[in-house]
Design a protein around this ligand. Structure first.
Ligand code: SF4
Ligand code: SF4
Length: 120
């Protein structure tokens, strides 16, 4: 992944059109059944090669809603196969064999802690 949208999401739609790779879906298409927007971890590129910062988080009005998550690489694939989404639900991926770029300046510790992408 990437980034994850938390359950404080207010379904405002500010993020969805900002994503350069169409990794975000709304609550109606959230494959986990949660009533919030969802980032497909196998599609999110952390805006690497597109913007200086994750565009979704820059657009989000809800403080701390979009947080860092683990890189979607072979090394961390088991994380996305486990019950690590909201309320211990599993993530849903469309192409689990893929790997995606990630921001190496964000530490694994900050990702594990789900540090907000945008901090005041
Ligand atoms: S970080 Fe960038 S690529 Fe990832 S979901 Fe947000 S806008 Fe899309
Ligand atoms: S901008 Fe933030 S609050 Fe609005 S739909 Fe996206 S994640 Fe949810």
């Amino acid at each position: 992944m990437a980034v994850v949208i938390g359950d404080t999401c207010i379904n405002c739609a500010a993020c969805i059109d900002e994503c350069p790779v169409e990794a975000i879906v709304d609550e109606d298409d959230n494959p986990t059944g949660e009533e919030c927007y969802y980032v497909y971890p196998d599609k999110c590129v952390e805006c690497v090669g597109h913007f200086d910062e994750p565009a979704c988080a820059e657009a989000c009005p809800t403080e701390g809603c979009i947080t860092w998550d683990m890189p979607f690489t072979a090394e961390y694939k088991s994380y996305f196969e486990g019950d690590n989404y909201h309320d211990e639900k599993p993530y849903v991926c469309e192409d689990c064999d893929t790997e995606q770029p990630f921001r190496e300046d964000i530490s694994i510790e900050d990702r594990q802690a789900h540090k907000p992408v945008v901090e005041d």
